[in-house]
Write a protein that binds this ligand. Sequence first.
Ligand SMILES: [Zn+2]
Length: 330
Amino acid sequence: MSSLMEQNYLTDTSQIPETSHWDFVPTVIYCSAYGVQTFDALQQALFKLHAYIILKSGDIIAIKHFLNLKGHNSIFPCHSCKVKAVHGLGKIYYVPLHPPSQDCHERTLYQAAPLQHHKDFLNITERISAAKTKTKKAKIAKGMGIKGLPGLSHVRSLDYTHSSAWEWFHLFLKNIILNLVDFWTGQFKELGPGIEDFEIAPEIWQEIGKETAAAVWHIPSTFVCVLVNIANDHSLFTVESWCFWFVHLSPKLLEGCFLKCKYYKHMCELVEIMKITLQFHTPHKQLDGIESHIIDWVQKYEKYYYQYDIEHLLACTLTIHRLLHVVQGI
Ligand SMILES: [Zn+2]
């Protein structure tokens, strides 16, 4: 057992940071490095059970703390690729595929942003550790979007770029769908439709709300428990409500409600992406296909909602960018 410990794990607990925002870190390191006495009923003997963390998922804030990142408002806000954010009109950074310009030649595509690797992450943290002054450390952290080694750096089974995916339900159900509904109802950060026509007329949205509330009487609660009038108040919607409403009801309820069919088609394409990425088994071939679909969906999203206009740059949230890494997470 000791050779296994030496081979795989940290054995010197003096290296564990004394203060950490991850209170459970010492426990995790202890469990994985030294094991926990466990009874083997077949052998009728005690053995040391080791636990390896290989995956941690969470929302934007959880992953930020887990990986010790600067956060979504930094120049390099994505821990999976080296996409460089651009300034909006204020101090907030955004990550569009195309910078705000009508010139196609100036646009940089997602494929051009190289993926981040575990060793890149380590190189940056080594540079921060080696920097002699606080100012120099802060400068590297600001430039690279990484504050230092993660709290769980002693757990060697973790790959910082591949072990930490954003949770599906946070990404789709608590961010992207809500933002789309806000766009359609003219409530997205007081941003108007610009040169597009994606807003749904209030009276039509009221009808959609009534039909949503009426639908629940005919649906067993096994499928969805809460489904209220989405037009009056959707604060009661749970993530389950959003998932059911968007995937199963919106393709029927919103058909013919937009001034131009392209917004409805775009919405249905997202429904298909969600269905495929929810499958328990996805063949590799299908993953390649879905990755192309997602890139295509994000490009259309930028065209319709951001319109390459600096005033609409706030449509390009990090959650939209993270869609491009969903397949990588699978
Ligand atoms: Zn990225």
